[in-house]
Design a protein around this ligand. Structure first.
Ligand SMILES: Cc1cc2nc3c(=O)[nH]c(=O)nc-3n(C[C@H](O)[C@H](O)[C@H](O)COP(=O)(O)O)c2cc1C
Length: 139
């Protein structure tokens, strides 16, 4: 049984290119081994991540991520059973929120992920992926 989880958190350590890359590399290697796919948006002091895969694998990973001291204020925005993956092409796609082009920002002035529903956040993640901003990490 497949599920998808979306959560949001606040970075504890500065999100430099190095810390971002280290996290992404580890995530991609682990996720490929564990059948996890998804998207990690990071920057502007927040992490926003969609994780999908077998229910047990996603639950275990979420528990590990939740306890990770590199971030805090972890809030689950969304959890659902899914028939098919949305991000099947990515072991962990990456969107840099700090690198958003000005048009995306203008398009998105009111966005506060802590105050909107998970479904809206997922739509925004899909917008970001479609806009092709800083995507890496094929499955
Ligand atoms: C914002 C954030 C996102 C993360 N995403 C993933 C992920 O997608 N996959 C993963 O395996 N670890 C991820 N991690 C790292 C885990 O918290 C944990 O450090 C890692 O899974 C441990 O792997 P190891 O047992 O191989 O050392 C993330 C951590 C943070 C802070």
């Amino acid at each position: 049984m497949l599920i998808r989880v979306i959560y949001l958190s606040k970075a504890v350590v500065p999100q430099t290119a190095e810390t971002a890359q280290a996290l992404l590399r580890k995530a991609q290697a682990n996720n490929q081994a564990n059948g996890i796919t998804g998207v990690l948006c990071q920057g502007q002091g927040v992490y926003l991540q969609a994780l999908e895969g077998e229910r047990k694998a996603v639950t275990d990973l979420y528990a590990r991520i939740y306890a990770d001291p590199r971030h805090t204020n972890v809030e689950m925005l969304h959890c659902e059973s899914i028939a098919q993956r949305r991000y099947e092409n990515w072991s962990m796609a990456h969107v840099s929120l700090s690198d958003l082009d000005p048009e995306t920002k203008i398009d998105w002035p009111e966005f506060d992920p802590y105050s909107v529903t998970g479904l809206l956040v997922m739509a925004r993640i899909d917008d970001l992926l479609a806009s092709g901003t800083a995507i890496e990490g094929s499955a």
